[in-house]
Design a protein. Structure first.
Length: 338
């Protein structure tokens, strides 16, 4: 399947067995809250020196693949987001996953079900791009057995709210100091111009790119870059997410849950999932299962407890399909050969 290249980071794998200390965890959560906070600001809130923050940041970049990336909320641009499930022959899975990972409109690609199922989040920029992939390329890809696409109808948790927000590494005062003001919800979809797109393209590769570099790489003045950056953040089109090795935090079991919920209980179950510490993403979707959730647990025993006690206790849940992630191919970005 043809694909378009994208610069980024390698598939997220375990890079270190050394446990992270409390300051590492605080820094990770702080960056999830404010991805562009200067080291001086982070140091002030965390009560350490600028040099300590910079040193920890560089070390985490090397040991756990820490990256801060600028992402776009497609719903605020009037675009649809999809979760696509593909069943294929085992010999085709990795090649297909790599082809999908190279596309800039995909993220969170994983291998499931003994290597015969792929799942990916897809954000096509137009209905034409969506149809080209779902109706043309994927069905005609050799050794693909089936394709099912599920449109996200409503997000309960995810986007700017990541799993790191639930770590509770920061104390309430530290968290409040770094939490940005709430974003406005525009009445109509936001329209981006070419200069917005150029700015977002740079931030997509490195969300902490300095203003001076943003200026030189987009051909805009520094003041214009700052105004555009502030506007995109204020309307919620732009947010920052943190890519990292999850196993370094002591959580080795990653799974997708497909829940079939009574329509009258859909909103209540979604809100409950958003509050669960294990859930990094939850949304209502089209299809037989009407809620999909990504969960992260310490081990399979913890996953069993979560399913039997937390999910099992939710009124309105009629069925649950649990699919373990065998290997994550792409989290937010992907770079082959690393």
């Amino acid at each position: 399947m043809p694909s378009r290249p994208e610069s980024g980071s390698a598939p997220v794998e375990s890079r270190t067995t050394d446990p992270l200390d409390p300051l590492d965890l605080k820094l990770l959560q702080a960056l999830q809250l404010d991805g562009r906070a200067p080291f001086s600001r982070l140091a002030e809130v965390l009560g350490v020196s600028d040099q300590t923050v910079a040193r920890r940041y560089r070390r985490l970049h090397t040991t756990v693949g820490l990256r801060v990336l600028g992402m776009t909320d497609e719903s605020r641009l009037g675009r649809q987001s999809w979760v696509v499930r593909l069943r294929c022959t085992p010999d085709a899975a990795e090649q297909l996953a790599a082809a999908l990972a190279r596309r800039p409109d995909t993220s969170y690609i994983g291998l499931f079900s003994g290597g015969t199922e792929l799942m990916c989040a897809m954000k096509p920029r137009s209905s034409q791009e969506r149809d080209e992939l779902l109706f043309d390329r994927l069905p005609r890809t050799p050794r693909v057995i089936s394709v099912s696409a599920h449109c996200l109808l409503h997000s309960y948790y995810g986007g700017p709210l990541g799993w790191l927000n639930k770590m509770r590494a920061l104390d309430p005062h530290e968290e409040a100091a770094l939490t940005p003001p709430p974003v406005a919800t525009p009445a109509d979809p936001v329209t981006l111009d070419a200069q917005d797109e150029a700015l977002l393209a740079v931030l997509r590769r490195d969300g902490r790119t300095p203003l001076t570099e943003l200026q030189s790489r987009t051909g805009q003045t520094e003041s214009a870059v700052k105004r555009r950056l502030d506007r995109l953040l204020a309307c919620g089109v732009l947010y920052f997410d943190v890519q990292h090795d999850r196993q370094s935090l002591g959580h080795s079991t990653d799974a997708m849950l497909w829940l079939t919920v009574a329509p009258s209980a859909l909103a209540e179950v979604g809100r409950a999932l958003a509050g669960h510490p294990e859930v990094g993403f939850a949304a209502a979707v089209t299809g037989r299962a009407n809620i999909v959730a990504a969960v992260l647990c310490r081990d399979t025993g913890a996953l069993y407890t979560y399913l039997s006690e937390r999910i099992g206790g939710l009124a309105g849940v009629q069925a649950v399909e649990t699919v373990l992630t065998l290997r994550q191919i792409k989290q937010l970005t992907y770079e082959p050969g690393r």
